[in-house]
Design a protein around this ligand. Structure first.
Ligand code: NI
Length: 169
């Protein structure tokens, strides 16, 4: 397993639309193992393959306190969203240090393949629902800061560019 480099906003590769996984094979399983290692190493609760520059519909999640409930969603599709929404502060491993409120459906029902390539359906609410919607946005090339006002987004872009300049100095 390996910790993979995470793309940082405003890297244009974060706006790539991911393709469905044609078959859950050893390559996909290895990607998932590396994504979990990367996500846990960065103390994240979710990671989309897009963020490690692999443009396939693969998500890893663990919203548990003990970090012992790994959830993998391959080719996820939201088949139902609750009409009621909730605003939660979100953060993202691709936008380090930035947290802001985003409105999301309070509950969702998702279908996806597991690591054995078997389809399953999941009902989620609370933090898990937020995380699933946030990660699925990544697969569509969307980063959560795109929900914020243009003013806030520009401020974040400036801050990120400055941090990256300092990091590579
Ligand atoms: Ni994110």
């Amino acid at each position: 397993m390996a910790v993979l480099p995470i793309l940082c906003y405003p890297d244009p590769r974060l706006h790539t639309v991911a393709k469905p996984v044609p078959q859950v094979d050893g390559t996909v399983q290895a990607l998932v193992a590396n994504m979990f290692e990367t996500m846990y190493a960065a103390n994240g609760i979710g990671l989309a393959a897009t963020q490690v520059n692999v443009h396939q519909r693969v998500i890893t999640i663990d919203v548990s306190e003990e970090r012992d409930q790994p959830l993998v969603l391959i080719n996820p599709e939201i088949v139902w969203s609750s009409p009621d929404t909730q605003v939660n502060d979100e953060g993202c491993l691709s936008v380090p240090g930035i947290y802001d409120g985003v409105a999301r459906a309070s509950s969702v029902r998702v279908t996806a393949l597991n690591l054995d390539g078997q389809p399953h359906t999941l009902e989620a609410s609370g933090l898990l629902a937020v995380c699933i919607q946030h990660e699925m946005d990544h697969l569509l090339g969307k980063v959560f800061v795109e929900y914020l006002s243009p003013l806030k987004r520009n401020r974040i872009k400036t801050k990120m560019a400055k941090a990256q300049r300092e990091a590579t100095r």
